[in-house]
Ligand binder design. Structure first.
Ligand SMILES: C[S@@+](CC[C@H](N)C(=O)[O-])C[C@H]1O[C@@H](n2cnc3c(N)ncnc32)[C@H](O)[C@@H]1O
Length: 366
């Protein structure tokens, strides 16, 4: 529907940022998942040609090299299955050549890293996997699905839901909000939009303008990922285009708080004060940087409000920070809890003498 016509194209800064987030996440995901599973699956549904115009790596090469170059790769004993799906024949041929080059350069190729390339549409391949799993009466192994289209067609939420239904499957999807914004009231691609959202509610955007419209479309997709795909944790990241508008959101959906922690850490490494930004809001408030660093006052206030009058295990405070605020786990202890304890705002019952180790209970004022 949109996107370049050529086999290769220029790597834009926002794509580079997207790749950094992907790399950062996989760097944390591979060791965690390989510790607890015999096999894990990386499914790149819109894989691209493998390289950009000036030779920069595309997502398949990034995923593979993040694993192969990982400091702990030799200790990861599980099988890694990579599937790269690209429907355009020329891009597929380019991808095949790039993967072959990588495999030759890294020979002998590790036996536990298996790569499959498919010259198909994402929807067909994903449905095929679902059918095969049903036939075998098996659940899909823990999966990270990267769904990175140019537009809004070919990624029905019903297919994503079925593909990622088992507990340890997660999604990283490029949601082209700009296209949705443009076409939401036009009526000419309604079948794609209905598939994308799994509801007709996107039509309500026609009554809105500007930022409220953008926000509505963001929140609707988030809601659908939570309700239809049953991801309790959803985190988005807004990508600003060269016109200063949000071109697309990266949405990450998971059922695992640890996954959310790793993804937020990875997103935070991309400069939130630069061209890219966090889109999530904490009661309408975005995170600010004040002179001597990050402004953690909104986190402190959110915690005081949420837990007023309660005795709360440290783990619950961590989960709240990760899943209900834009902040990271590392923003909780030293930046927020330590000063509150010094100021006698909170009381702390801890197993040891200092810090906030597991088993710590924090008592909040009413
Ligand atoms: C945004 S690019 C992917 C870039 C790649 N993920 C990366 O980060 O390097 C989208 C790719 O999906 C391919 N594509 C478009 N529609 C598709 C579909 N329905 N199924 C699979 N691939 C598709 C396009 O040819 C294009 O190469």
């Amino acid at each position: 529907m949109v996107g370049p016509k050529t086999t290769h194209w220029k790597l834009e800064p926002h794509t580079k940022a997207k790749h950094e987030i992907l790399r950062g996440y996989l760097n944390g995901w591979f060791p965690v998942m390989s510790r607890y599973n015999d096999r894990i699956f990386f499914f790149d549904g819109f894989a691209g040609p493998g390289r950009y115009e000036n030779g920069e790596a595309g997502s398949p090469i990034i995923a593979l090299t993040t694993l192969l170059d990982h400091a702990h790769f030799s200790k990861m004993e599980c099988d890694f299955l990579f599937m790269f799906c690209e429907h355009d024949p020329k891009r597929f041929a380019s991808l095949e050549a790039e993967i072959e080059k990588l495999q030759n350069a890294r020979a002998p190729w590790p036996r536990n890293v298996k790569v499959q390339l498919v010259n198909e549409e994402f929807e067909a391949r994903a449905s095929n996997i679902v059918t095969e799993m049903k036939r075998l009466k098996k659940q899909l192994v823990p999966t990270f699905a990267f769904v990175d289209p140019f537009g809004v067609s070919g990624l029905p939420i019903a297919v994503i839901k079925d593909l990622l239904a088992s507990p340890r499957c997660e999604l990283f999807v490029n949601y082209m909000v700009d296209s949705v914004n443009r076409f939401a009231g036009a009526g000419n691609i309604d079948h794609h939009l209905r598939d994308l959202f799994g509801t007709e509610r996107y039509k309500e955007a026609a009554n809105l303008q500007g930022q409220p419209r953008q926000l509505f479309l963001h929140d609707l997709y988030e809601e659908q990922l939570k309700s239809t795909c049953e991801f309790p944790f959803v985190q988005s990241f807004a990508m600003i285009n060269s016109h200063g508008h949000i071109g697309y959101y990266l949405f990450y959906g998971t059922r695992d708080i640890k996954g959310l922690e790793i993804m937020k850490d990875s997103m935070w490494k991309i400069d939130p004060g630069g061209d890219y930004r966090f889109s999530d809001r904490l009661v309408g408030q975005t995170i600010l940087f004040i002179e001597d660093g990050l402004d953690v006052r909104p986190l402190r206030q959110a915690i005081l409000t949420e837990f007023a009058g309660k005795a709360v295990p440290i783990q619950q405070l961590e989960e709240f920070t990760i899943s209900r605020t834009p902040y990271r786990k590392s923003h909780l202890r030293r930046p927020v809890l330590t000063p509150m304890e010094k100021e006698n705002v909170i009381q702390v019952r801890r197993p040891g003498k200092s810090g906030f180790p597991p088993g710590t209970i924090v008592l909040f004022p009413a």
